[in-house]
Design a protein around this ligand. Structure first.
Ligand SMILES: N[C@@H](CCC(=O)N[C@@H](CS)C(=O)NCC(=O)O)C(=O)O
Length: 249
């Protein structure tokens, strides 16, 4: 890990969920920050925390190299990018993008962080069969009381309610894979034959994209979403390209 390149260098401490489902992190926002840190080869270490310990009530949050504690993946990356530029290490990841490219980046961000994100959440929490497998893995990381008491079924009911607000529910189950395929098709069309979403070089959106796509494609849970995404050669090649650049392999 980048953890030990230079023991004296100030490092970011990224607080997140434990690694699960064969992924460094099964939470796309946590994975986005770690992808960024690895892409930039910045010194960092990760620590497991619960959402109750986060200033925002959500993960990730981080202690920055200057000691500030920040929550929210975008704020953390904003601060690291600002430091990168201030230290004269080079241009920001999105330097030189046209207005149209910035606009596309914003739209893609919504597609990954809302549309694809809720599909991922559905694929784990919504369906009974995958929920059982997901919970089976999750409970190995939980204290006995949480793993066996009513807390996780209650958490599931809360997530299922939220999914309904996002338009994903048992009543509308038939529409879910149709919507998932439309999202995946749109992403593959925008990517086309470019190596990265905005061209030849990785940009900020690629951190978000890899985080979402790895959760959808590279998780050990066998879900309809995972199968649909892995059947798309453009997305599969992209996911592997980003993985090789950041986590290796
Ligand atoms: N906008 C936040 C979103 C973070 C987020 O949604 N985290 C989820 C895990 S993927 C979470 O902590 N959920 C627990 C909750 O909301 O209670 C970011 O980008 O960091």
């Amino acid at each position: 890990m980048t953890d030990d390149d230079d023991a004296a260098a100030p490092r970011t401490i990224l607080y997140q969920f434990p690694a699960m489902l064969g992924l460094p992190n099964a939470s796309p926002p946590c994975m986005k920050v770690e992808t960024y840190l690895r892409f930039r080869k910045l010194p960092y270490r990760t620590e497991i925390r619960s959402t109750r310990q986060s200033p925002s009530g959500q993960l990730p949050f981080a202690t920055m190299p200057d000691g500030r504690v920040l929550a929210d993946s975008e704020r953390i990356i904003d601060a690291l990018e600002a430091e990168w530029e201030a230290a004269g290490k080079g241009p920001a990841l999105d330097a030189g993008l046209s207005d149209a490219e910035r606009g596309l980046s914003t739209l893609l961000c919504t597609t990954f962080e809302r549309d694809l994100y809720w599909q991922i959440v559905w694929s784990r929490w919504g369906e009974d069969a995958t929920w059982r497998a997901f919970f089976g893995e999750m409970r190995t990381h939980l204290p006995w009381l949480l793993a066996n008491g009513p807390v996780m079924p209650m958490a599931r009911r809360k997530v299922v309610k939220r999914l309904k607000v996002e338009g994903l529910s048992r009543e509308k189950r038939a529409a879910i894979p149709v919507k998932a395929q439309a999202i995946l098709d749109t992403l593959a069309q925008i990517l086309g034959d470019k190596p990265f979403f905005l061209g030849d070089a990785p940009r900020r959106i690629d951190m978000t994209a890899y985080a979402g796509l790895s959760s959808a494609m590279d998780q050990t849970l066998d879900t309809p979403l995972t199968r649909a995404a892995n059947a798309m050669p453009t997305l599969l090649a992209y996911q592997r390209r980003m993985k090789a650049l950041t986590f290796g392999g």
